[in-house]
Write a protein that binds this ligand. Sequence first.
Ligand code: DGJ
Length: 322
Amino acid sequence: MTGLLLTGQILLAQDKTINPGAIWPDSDGNHIQAHGGGIIKIKGTYFWYGEERRKGLDSNFRYVSCYSSTDLINWKFRNDVVKMSDPENLGKGWILERPKVFFNAETKKYVMYFHLDDVTYQYARVGIAISDRADGNFRFVKSLRPLGRPSRDIGQFIDDDGSAFLIFEDRELGFHIAQLSADYMNVEKEMCLIKMPLEGGALVHFEGLYYVIGSQLSGWAPNPNKYATSKTLTGPWTAFNDIAPPGSNTYQSQSTMMLKVVGTNATAVIFMADQWNPSHQSDSRYLWMPLEIGKGKLWLPKPQPWTIDLKEGAVKLVSKKQ
Ligand code: DGJ
């Protein structure tokens, strides 16, 4: 759904709704390439980082894109903030997935974590890159195994007090939530280990409860994502329940993040997920929907176009006929 905005002499097409599962054009009209992504907000601007998978990339490199927005609906491509050649002799088909960026208010550095792997997914480490600017370029610093454990899918979480956490999947043990060091350059402290085989980890803190989401381990194929809650990050966590009708396989999507938008009238929590298309990754889509959440329950409504007023925090489902 598009409106026209007159700015000086330029007529800009402005989208008014988020359309889950559809091609999502950026402000240049290109489908957004920010898969397995994460979002941070810096002074009223949202930055969305993700796997850059557009057609025609140089296969020797891995790329991370950065987009910016002030309404979460219209996104401007800023830069490929990472264009990296194989940093640790991982060989052909090496992997950079699920980049997540944290801004450190003390050091003023943007610190990116990403899943770094070889083609067989056995290296299982996180890579860390830094930048002085939100839109790059990021410089590779090192890789590590967080808390000494193998790590594949990662997720990010910033609590209401600004503390930063990495969620990472450890195939042998489960799903870790761990706090970053003060400069964000290390994974320092285990908050909890959830002994469930879950990936695509995401967390949100809403009305005094933590809600964690993960998908099951089925490669690129979607499955019923699940959630649990706890009063503290250290647990105990409730049993896991489905976030959507299990037969829908999370409406063909896999979680990557939950974003909380605190407005003057309401607080929205947005489920952000990927609809992967493994044989044509550049055509992978996004399923973003406001969640029904509260009092220990979380539910992903059936995907449909919606809009959000960031100031008020109000979301509105938009009927397709409009
Ligand atoms: C599932 C993960 O969530 C994705 O990020 C990717 O690593 C695929 N597995 C690869 O099969």
